[in-house]
Write a protein that binds this ligand. Structure first.
Ligand SMILES: Nc1ncnc2c1ncn2[C@@H]1O[C@H](COP(=O)(O)OP(=O)(O)O)[C@@H](O)[C@H]1O
Ligand SMILES: C[C@@](O)(CCOP(=O)(O)O)CC(=O)O
Length: 388
């Protein structure tokens, strides 16, 4: 927390991710191997004291680089609605209550108030909540939110989780400060991870939780819906190329398609077996990482098998197939990363790969119109940034 001119700044960032193996099967309680990327979403909250006599209309301002927009004043109405409803509210019910509010504004307000209410304490009365909200926040402060990201959005690299995690991290610290809460029962990171997970559900329906987990904790992790562990590896023996298929994808749709195949009795157990095999491939990849000698050949075979299995689940696309055939031509192991049907592919270019051939590979992808991001593993999950 730093500030100029008496403003207080709460500035946090969270990374995106690339799934090395185990997308989709992770939804079915299999292990997944996931790495945090050095591409992040940054959320800077600036808390300024209101001048005497200023109206309370500008409690909440979202600053984008060019575009300044005041969030509509639904916060109080939303707060009244939330505190008067004791059951868990699903987002579609909430949307019906506030039909005139744009989805993204409603999500942001809901996130803001969810964190406020949890930190203030669920056992308080409606009046307590409203008074605390007015006294500690809306009467006294203007909160500016500045968000920016180095992560491509909606491309299978976990932008939504990185966004929710960075935002939750900053808002949590801000409310802890405003409500004079020193510590959270479950601990700060666990709290942030849980909030980000709840908001991922709004976008994705039934997310496994992998994206928010890696955004919170960073590093290279074996993630399972029931447990997680980190893998200690200083450096991958590969350069990571993230290749954008330029095709829009929807995680909800892709996860739904896999569910259809999984549940389709006319297909027998093909769906289930494919998910089991992806789980198996992932466990074998994890073994490769745990061995004292990293067996590149075995790793690359497993990545190719993984891609074939994802294809079986209808997660490919003609552009993805095109990328795969270029990778095959250059003998580079690659697969979809994230939900598939579009978005990004991950290609593993060995550190020892011939440089001239690597340039040709890049040129060929480029000539087909595919953009590449060269990404690195990030050890760090959510972290405080220095305000300038
Ligand atoms: N920096 C950001 N600012 C605002 N919204 C964001 C940002 N990053 C992600 N989002 C939200 O997340 C959605 C993308 O979610 P999703 O399709 O799951 O992406 P990804 O594949 O990157 O995880 C966007 O449509 C947007 O609503
Ligand atoms: C397909 C899935 O395994 C990963 C989705 O990743 P993304 O939303 O494409 O970044 C879904 C999940 O784990 O929730």
């Amino acid at each position: 927390m730093e500030g100029n001119n008496k403003d207080l700044v709460f500035y946090y960032s969270a990374p995106g991710k690339a799934i090395i193996s185990g997308e989709h099967s992770v939804v079915y309680y299999k292990n997944a191997l996931v790495m945090a990327l050095d591409l992040r979403t940054y959320c800077k909250l600036t808390l300024s004291k209101k001048q005497n006599g200023s109206s309370s209309d500008h409690t909440f301002i979202i600053e984008n680089n060019q575009d300044n927009k005041t969030l509509i004043q639904i916060l109080r109405l939303l707060l009244e609605y939330l505190v008067s409803n004791k059951e868990e509210i699903d987002f579609s019910t909430l949307q019906k209550q506030f039909p005139l509010v744009e989805e993204k504004d409603l999500i942001l307000s809901y996130l803001f108030l969810s964190i406020f209410m949890q930190i203030y304490g669920r056992d308080k009365s409606i009046e307590d909540f409203i008074n605390a909200f007015d006294e500690k926040i809306s009467k006294n402060y203007i909160i500016k939110i500045n968000l920016h990201s180095t992560l491509p959005i909606s491309k299978g690299l976990g932008s939504s989780a990185s966004y929710f995690t960075a935002l939750s991290a900053s808002l949590t610290k801000m409310f802890m400060h405003l409500l004079e809460v020193q510590e959270l029962n479950e601990g700060y990171l666990k709290f942030v991870n849980q909030i980000a997970f709840n908001f991922e559900k709004i976008y994705h329906g039934t997310p496994s939780g992998i994206d928010n987990y890696i955004a919170t904790y960073g590093n290279l992790l074996v993630f399972n819906k029931n447990h997680t562990s980190s893998l200690q590896i200083d450096k991958l023996p590969y350069k990571i190329f993230l290749i954008d298929s330029q095709v829009e994808k929807s995680t909800k749709k892709a996860v739904g398609r896999v569910r259809e195949i999984y549940d389709d009795e006319s297909l027998g157990t093909i769906g289930k077996q494919t998910i089991d095999m992806i789980g198996n491939v992932t466990d074998n990849i994890i073994k490769v990482f745990n061995q004292s000698h990293f067996d590149q050949n075995q790793f690359e075979n497993l990545i190719r098998i993984n891609q074939s299995l994802l294809r079986l689940l209808d997660l490919s696309h003609s552009s993805i197939e095109d990328i795969m055939s270029i990778c095959m031509k250059y003998e580079i192991a690659a697969k979809i990363t994230g939900a598939g049907q579009g978005g990004n592919c991950i290609a593993f270019v060995p550190e020892t790969y011939n440089e001239a051939r690597e340039r040709e590979f890049i040129q060929e992808l480029d000539s087909h119109g595919y953009q590449i991001i060269f990404a690195k593993l990030s050890q760090q999950g959510v972290k405080e940034e220095t305000a300038v």
